[in-house]
Design a protein around this ligand. Sequence first.
Ligand code: URA
Length: 273
Amino acid sequence: MLRSLQDRSDFRADISTLHRITTLKEVARGGEACEEIQVSGGLRIDKISHQDQIGQTPDHTRIKDPGAIAPLFERLRTKVLACVKCPNLVASRHSVVFGTGNPSAELMFVGEAPGADEDIQGEPFVGRAGELLTKIIETMGYQRSEVYIANVLKCRPDMPPGSSGNRQPTRTEMETCLPYLREQIALIQPKAMVALGATAMRGLFGKEAPMNQMRGRWHFFSSIPVMATFHPSYLLRNQALSVKRKVWEDMLQVLEKLGHPISEKQKNYFLAR
Ligand code: URA
């Protein structure tokens, strides 16, 4: 597929697409270093367009072939499952939680790190917060299996012996793991993403701002629009209707961005009567 693109003199790509192509090539070669894409050999680079800056990934630059993505995705999964970069996490983990869902999804959710349930089951968002996330996804009109769900960190942050609960991933842990999420995103090429909570935002963007400032707005990760919203665990702790409505309004913006019709019923969820 990549070779055929290089042979097409009329193929136009923006910078982010070229990054994605390079990542595809790296994954195809099992992650080893590879030469940069031949810019002169048939590929023309446009300067980053205005569209890029406002995060509308132009459809003509999308190369989505599920048949081609599947083996690359499996190769990436194998690499990530064998990761031993963080000795403390390797020593404490039961599983590496790669991600779940459709590798060709138009919508991707990104959380912070696996908790105890996810560590045992090897799947993100399967605990109480996960149940709530699944409800949100279904209320948006998707099956959980139609979207993709991953975390910034693929291993559960270790806890001191004898203590329960979860801790937030450190900045170093997130920086170490971020390349895997980048590769996942490059393969999936979602049209939009949702960042769940402040830690996911910090992991993706290095942003430290309070959630109240970041949520409800589009942020851009390699030109992919990312909606920031509250983490489902926060919703479990704070049952106020007004907070649920905020998250729902964020999801309505996502549906709008993806061009999905929004029903009257969907519009009216969590409105005070
Ligand atoms: N919280 C997260 O951020 N990710 C999970 O997978 C589970 C809970």
